[in-house]
Design a protein around this ligand. Sequence first.
Ligand code: EPU
Length: 339
Amino acid sequence: MQIHRRVSLAPLHALACEVIAECLIVIENEWEFQQLPQVLSQAPEPFWMLGCGTNMVFAQDFPGTLIQFALTTSHLLEEDSSSQVWRVGAGVNWHQWVLQSLGMGLSGLENLSLIPGTVGAAPIQNIGAYGVEFVDVCQGVSLVELKSGQRQYVSAQACGFAYRSSHFKQGKRWSQWAVTSVDMKLSKVFIPQISYPDLQHLQFSMESTLSAKVISDTVIAIRQKKLPDPKKIPNVGSFFKNPVVSSEHLQALKKEHSNLVYFALPDDQYKLAAAWLIDQCGWKGKRWGLAQVHQQHALVLVCNDSAGAVSVMELAQAIVEDVWKTYGVVLQFEPMVWS
Ligand code: EPU
């Protein structure tokens, strides 16, 4: 177990801002894992889990303890003629796991290629992209209560998965629990999910040439074109969720903004493209102190300097206010924010 005091978070999160965490604990194996409750009894609170920090914003120093699980084992739990269920350690890199599963001839994760972060972070906010969400493959999640070491398994149905959300992200019930592994059911039979606008052109592929690998390669190419690589340009991907509105609200907005971009959801609800709202308000490419709205994608805020944490939050707040004033729509942050 590694225990670090007063560590710089710049190399540990995607926005790479120069802020300090009071304590960082890295757990590398099961044996160390059992020592955690005792170690935490002397560590400063609050306790937050840290994966690769790809979806976390630290706008100021963190006075508590960050805990990283470097648990990277995975094994096959169940198998039948059409699927396999894998239990994958929380510390496994998400994209590496996607590639590994494709290499084993399994499909289900191809649309989720190149999402930064760890497997353990996937259920927290029910990661999603290009028409697929983590919930679509999840069987269940294993967790540990940090202070007591008590373990619990939560079936996918009980995780409260919703758009970029779960019970683990919202509310107090699970705030002191950490994901140790997740169970994913992957298919031996390839069923393409290409309904997302950016993937629809694949329907014209010859049936024999369309494969999970082709979808994965396509998604990787789109992401590389649209989204800045956090290793080169510090960012946390989408900074805001796409807001969901009622049918009445949508009709009212469409009357005033005929070119509004939206997607229909079940239950007569509609998801607005937050990127479009921000773009229309003229924010794309705009600088705010040491932060900036990315030139290629209005939903992505980038940090141009390691001292830019405050600028990022000010920029985010200014965008929220402007979109509210212009469209009467409230934008919510997508990453976890410590401010
Ligand atoms: N658009 C603009 N201006 C822009 C960018 C986009 O007007 O600068 C409009 C376009 O009309 C486009 C629409 O917004 O059709 C939607 O854009 P895009 O397809 O890029 O998707 P998004 O809604 O902005 C969501 C996720 C992404 C995910 C993509 C693909 C959220 C908050 N974001 O983005 O997830 O990769 O769809 O599924 O749901 C992330 O969570 O970090 C993330 C990158």
